[in-house]
Ligand binder design. Structure first.
Ligand SMILES: [Zn+2]
Length: 88
């Protein structure tokens, strides 16, 4: 089982968490101005890298906070976690 270090609670088993997608997705201030292709790109296209990846997680069965995680998608090794809204 993967042990994920919540920045607020410390290390906990992965079944306490929920994956919430890619971290640091920049959303436009005026999304109503996007055409359909740009809106589809914003909503559905993610990087999906093989290797180091910045992810957003939520400690759903703990503190409930969202946080970011740098994880290697090949080895599942977690490099570090940090509070949401902070730089990687
Ligand atoms: Zn927590």
């Amino acid at each position: 089982m993967l042990i994920i270090p919540c920045p607020h609670c410390g290390p906990r088993p992965e079944n306490e968490f929920r994956y919430s997608g890619e971290a640091h997705v920049v959303r436009p201030a005026d999304p109503e101005t996007l055409d359909d292709a740009a809106l589809a790109e914003l909503l559905y296209m993610r990087s999906n890298p093989k290797g180091r990846h910045a992810e957003r997680w939520r400690h759903i069965h703990g503190c409930g906070w969202f946080f970011n995680c740098i994880r290697d998608t090949v080895t599942d090794r977690i490099e570090r976690t940090y509070p949401a809204g902070t730089a990687p």
